[in-house]
Design a protein around this ligand. Structure first.
Ligand SMILES: Cc1cc2nc3c(=O)[nH]c(=O)nc-3n(C[C@H](O)[C@H](O)[C@H](O)COP(=O)(O)OP(=O)(O)OC[C@H]3O[C@@H](n4cnc5c(N)ncnc54)[C@H](O)[C@@H]3O)c2cc1C
Ligand code: FES
Length: 258
């Protein structure tokens, strides 16, 4: 983990309520991996007091820049939208357990919903860069929140919207079960998004006896394993796991879904 003051290169809206910020990454530090995250100290003042966690949404090796795709939600993210290129942000990175490399015998199925879009788009770009076939499913309330991304032209992409404004009218799991061509193959699932979506993807994957990785988002305190503020219920004797250090990516069978 490093503590850095990174110069912002760009910070602009990319869809309804969503922004992407790109910032300098030190050349001598290895690129962060998809699924790993960082925390930002948004203000030098007391509010908001806590650093906020965000996943990496991309990495540009030539420019040595990293990026995050974030939703404007509350105090911290509203403040972030006002930051300008040339200003600096205070970052602790990289944190957490990233997505594992896909197994060679299975087709990676990447599933993104809401604020989970960033890490999944990054994973899609990395798999494409490594010459690996993958299918990307993007679920959203409505088409307006889905940013226009180069990844959609690189890997096969399927959209699902709750209001039917793009792709399948329904959830990503509705879109998945429609794809009988894919379901004939061995698959490995990689998902990030709201908990109900992760639970549905887990149930779908387990019904097919397939491996499923989920990146869990949880409100965080310290983000370095000290406060238990980010604990999620897991199966087995430990009962709880810390999302910041043992996650955010888990084998979906580890989570005690309720
Ligand atoms: C590992 C990890 C990766 C994340 N990656 C991203 C990302 O790539 N893009 C992105 O936009 N956000 C991401 N988040 C969520 C992000 O940290 C919160 O949106 C942010 O902290 C909200 O801060 P705020 O002050 O603007 O809003 P607050 O005023 O703190 O909260 C506004 C609303 O957002 C909800 N919220 C706050 N934190 C979280 C959270 N961690 N998960 C779910 N809901 C939350 C609150 O319940 C509240 O309803 C991630 C969180 C974690 C733990
Ligand atoms: S946020 Fe403190 S232990 Fe995870």
């Amino acid at each position: 983990m490093i503590h850095l003051t990174a110069k912002i290169r760009s910070n602009s809206p990319v869809s309804d309520g969503y922004f992407e910020m790109t910032f300098d990454w030190p050349c001598d530090v290895p690129p962060p991996l998809p699924g790993s995250f960082f925390t930002v100290r948004v203000s030098e003042y007391a509010i908001p007091l806590l650093r906020r966690p965000f996943a990496f949404s991309g990495f540009d090796r030539e420019q040595s820049t990293a990026s995050m795709l974030y939703e404007r939600r509350g105090t911290a993210t509203r403040q972030l939208t006002t930051r300008l290129p040339g200003e600096s942000i205070d970052i602790l990175a990289p944190l957490g357990v990233p997505f594992p490399s896909p197994r060679s015998e299975a087709l990676p199925v990447l599933i993104a919903g809401g604020i989970g879009m960033g890490p999944i788009f990054y994973l899609a770009a990395e798999l494409y860069g490594a010459g690996q076939e993958a299918v990307l499913f993007v679920g959203a309330r409505t088409n307006g929140i889905v940013p226009d991304r180069t990844e959609f032209g690189l890997v096969q992409t399927v959209f699902a919207t709750d209001d039917g404004s793009a792709g399948v009218h329904g959830t990503v799991t509705d879109a998945l079960v429609n794809r009988t061509d894919l379901l004939e193959r061995r698959l490995e699932y990689f998902a990030c998004g709201p908990l109900p979506m992760l639970r549905a993807v887990h149930q779908h994957a387990k019904a097919r006896n397939e491996m499923c990785w989920v990146s869990v988002e949880q409100t965080m305190g310290c983000a370095v394993g000290a406060c238990m503020g980010c604990a999620v219920r897991v199966r087995g004797p430990a009962e709880f796991a810390r999302v910041c250090t043992e996650g955010p990516v888990f084998d979906s069978e580890e989570i005690a879904w309720t």
